[in-house]
Design a protein around this ligand. Structure first.
Ligand code: ADP
Ligand code: MG
Length: 726
């Protein structure tokens, strides 16, 4: 090309923009057409009519029929967000007026989400909100938004809000009549999560004094009568599903290694079946999924070029947002997708195009021992109901096949019919604190759909009493009121509230944020394990304990002005750190709300540990002769997790953050307490047993009769002893 020739070529920028616009328009039109093909679409008008006629409606429809994405949109189109417009304008005027008088009013009083839809899982809330904003052609966070713990993607404009059930529960604390909502849809009700169950009781109650509030309870399973009965015989609206036949296959003998069996099955399907449908495998968690992903990548490499491409798509709660969208991308012609999912794909998320489901038959489930107060997350066989939901994922768009990696005998004889609701197998301390701060005192008579074991309720009251969140009468204390503001486990919130006394709130919220990330902070690549371990141990010098090490990591990162390079050099996950920073920012905001000053006291590590102990003293353990530990409350043998900085040091007394059960019962994240003199230690242990003498002195809460007394006193005693011994 000669100089100057280019001058002659003129590109019109306009027309290319025009082209993109028309592409976007046609994509938008396609979305609108897709909406019309969903099973719920023919029932749009009938549904709106039913909502108009009844205050409470139970909606039943198979997964993928469009309940979550469509119904809130129908309600929006049907005018259920108008009320807010009027109200919000009125408020706007009042606000302007107050403003003109010089009185600052919180901005939050101006935002009016009108339709709220709850989801048990945060990934579902985010991904559904993203989808609906596309369908409505608006920017996510504007008219359509989502709110999950530590992340609020809504604005003044938001009229349609997806959120976790836990978030709506928290909103009750600020707005006990939910006055900013005209419709609340409690979605995925069949999952019966703890928060959903508590929401049932609360929304049922407000629906009585707010006749203008519409309530939708939607579920993917057919046993809706239970919901209907609970909500005073609310009518049931059924959306007939379109389900194609699903062929169920069982293994002849039980599989010893379901992970391997699942991978082998997936590869067999991929190699022998025509490339016309994707595969969905259910695993129990992130680690399993990552292992499976690695093995699959390795094995498909060996298959050569004759075999079609296999696209591996993991999905689990902690998967970074930008990767979550990948599972919904249509599979390219001539390739096949294999989705490696947790329970999240059972009913919360629908991935189109699945033809084969592989079901190892397990999920991770919380279980709680109300006697000892110990909670653990264990891999557990699923229920028949879950197995059938999973199988159903293969028959949405055409006939499907489900491969169960267990025997037919197992299915019929060993699996429970239904999963036990979470409320009956979990620690209730958090919920009890929330309910107490809502002014609900008589918990034993709260309108539970299925009441929790009363032992678990007592255990929760007892712990809150020991943490000084409740007084002897079971009433919320000042400390308890502050604790309730934090969306955290009560022990964690207590440690934050206690940081005021020790003037180290700055450090303590950093530690709390680091403990709340939910994914690992240290990165340990296979080929650089020694370097990674050395880098990690740098933060542990002086056997400061894991909490202080986490704090050092955070503070060092902050000093580099949040440098990514620094993370690489120190084998630290940038993403985890960014999340910690976000969480920390929010905790800082909450500190302000409860009027705790942000004060730093880094030079006094003991003060920081005292604040932590004030929340975690029930997690004390003492070393045994053989290097194992005994927990002080409800003696149990435990070990220091190998990842702990104190794994070699083996201090006599430790306080741990949590127990995890893998090959052994391990304490994870722990620090050393000063070694009490032997006599005091003896006293501490003895008094846990011979507590009766001390009962008078320490008292107990009236509503906590029977065995509760003993351990309340022992907890209080333990804390006092620890305080004395500092
Ligand atoms: P239900 O709540 O009844 O299970 P949904 O409303 O979640 O059904 O799903 C309806 C349809 O929307 C499904 O075909 C599903 O694949 C699609 N869909 C939902 N979320 C997304 C998303 N984030 N991206 C693409 N498609 C989605
Ligand atoms: Mg749904």
């Amino acid at each position: 090309i000669q100089d100057g020739m280019m001058d002659g070529v003129n590109f019109e920028e306009d027309s290319s923009a025009e082209f993109e616009k028309s592409m976007a328009e046609s994509a938008f039109e396609k979305l609108q057409d897709d909406r019309k093909t969903l099973p719920v679409y023919p029932y749009r008008d009938a549904l709106l009519q039913a909502v108009n006629d009844h205050q409470v409606l139970v909606i039943v429809g198979e997964t993928g029929s469009g309940k979550t994405t469509q119904i809130p949109q129908y309600l929006h189109e049907g005018g259920y967000t108008k009320r807010g417009m009027i109200k919000s304008n009125l408020l706007l005027q009042i606000w302007r007026y107050l403003w003109s008088l010089g009185a600052g009013t919180a901005k939050s009083t101006l935002s009016f989400p009108e339709i709220g839809c709850t989801q048990p899982r945060r990934v579902a809330a985010m991904s559904v909100a993203a989808r609906v904003s596309q369908e409505m052609g608006v920017k996510l966070g504007h008219e359509v938004g989502y709110s999950i713990r530590f992340e609020d993607c809504t604005s003044d404009k938001t009229v349609l809000k997806y959120m976790t059930d836990g978030m709506l529960l928290r909103e009750f604390l600020g707005e006990p009549d939910l006055s900013s909502y005209s419709v609340v849809m409690v979605d995925e009700a069949h999952e019966r999560t703890l928060s959903t169950d508590i929401l049932f009781g609360l929304v049922k109650d407000i629906s009585r004094f707010r006749p203008d509030l519409k309530l939708l309870i939607s579920s993917a399973t057919l046993d809706a009568e239970k919901f209907s009965d609970y909500f005073d015989s609310a009518p049931i609206f059924k959306i007939p599903g379109r389900r194609f036949p699903v062929e169920i296959n069982y293994t002849k003998a039980p599989e010893a290694d379901y992970l391997d069996a699942a991978i082998v099955t997936a590869l067999q399907i991929h190699v022998t079946q025509p490339c016309d449908g994707d595969i969905l495998i259910f695993f129990t968690g992130q680690e399993e999924i990552e292992t499976a992903e690695e093995i699959l990548k390795h094995r498909t490499r060996g298959l050569g070029t004759k075999i079609a491409e296999l696209i591996i798509c993991p999905i689990y709660a902690n998967l970074p947002t930008e990767l979550q969208a990948k599972i919904f991308e249509p599979t390219p012609e001539g390739a096949r997708k294999v989705v490696l999912a947790t329970n999240i794909a059972e009913t919360s998320l629908t991935i189109d195009g699945i033809k084969y489901v592989i079901d190892p038959g397990f999920c991770k489930m919380k279980s709680y021992n109300p006697r000892t107060g110990m909670e653990s997350l264990l891999v557990h066989p699923i229920s028949k109901a879950s197995a059938n939901q999973r199988a159903g994922r293969s028959g949405r768009t055409g006939p499907g096949k489900c491969f169960r990696l267990y025997t037919a005998y197992n299915y019929y004889n060993d699996l429970e019919d239904n999963t036990v609701p979470e409320i009956q197998r979990t620690n209730l301390a958090n919920v009890v604190l929330s309910l107490k701060s809502l002014g609900i005192h008589d918990l034993l008579n709260f309108d539970f759909m299925d009441p929790p074991p009363s032992e678990a309720l007592l255990k929760a009251l007892e712990l809150l009493f020991a943490l000084s969140a409740l007084n002897k009468l079971g009433e919320l204390t000042k400390v308890g009121r502050k604790m309730a503001e934090f969306p955290l486990d009560p022990m964690l919130s207590k440690m934050i509230v206690a940081s005021e006394k020790y003037k180290c709130s700055d450090e303590v919220i950093s530690i709390a944020a680091m403990l709340s990330i939910g994914s690992s902070i240290f990165y340990r690549p296979k080929d650089k394990q020694v370097h990674a371990d050395n880098a990690r141990m740098n933060f542990h010098t002086g056997n400061v304990g894991d909490h202080i090490a986490l704090l050092k990591v955070y503070n060092s990162w902050r000093e580099t002005n949040f440098s990514t390079q620094w993370c690489y050099e120190n084998y630290i996950q940038v993403r985890s750190m960014k999340r910690a920073r976000d969480i920390r920012d929010q905790l800082e905001g909450l500190l302000e709300r409860v009027e705790i000053e942000l004060t730093s006291n880094f030079s006094d590590l003991e003060a920081i540990k005292k604040a932590i102990t004030s929340g975690y003293f029930p997690h004390s353990a003492r070393m045994q002769k053989n290097g194992s530990y005994r927990t002080v409350k409800h003696p149990q043998t435990v070990y220091i997790h190998p990842s702990s900085g104190l794994a070699q040091a083996l201090p006599r007394w430790v306080v741990y953050h949590e127990l995890v059960l893998t090959s052994k019962e391990y304490m994870r994240q722990l620090y050393q307490r000063k070694c009490p003199r032997e006599k005091a230690a003896q006293l501490m242990i003895r008094s846990l047993v011979q507590i009766t003498d001390l009962r008078e002195e320490y008292g107990c809460i009236e509503i906590c009769p029977g065995t509760g007394e003993v351990s309340i006193a022992s907890l209080v005693l333990l804390q006092e002893l620890l305080d004395e011994l500092e």
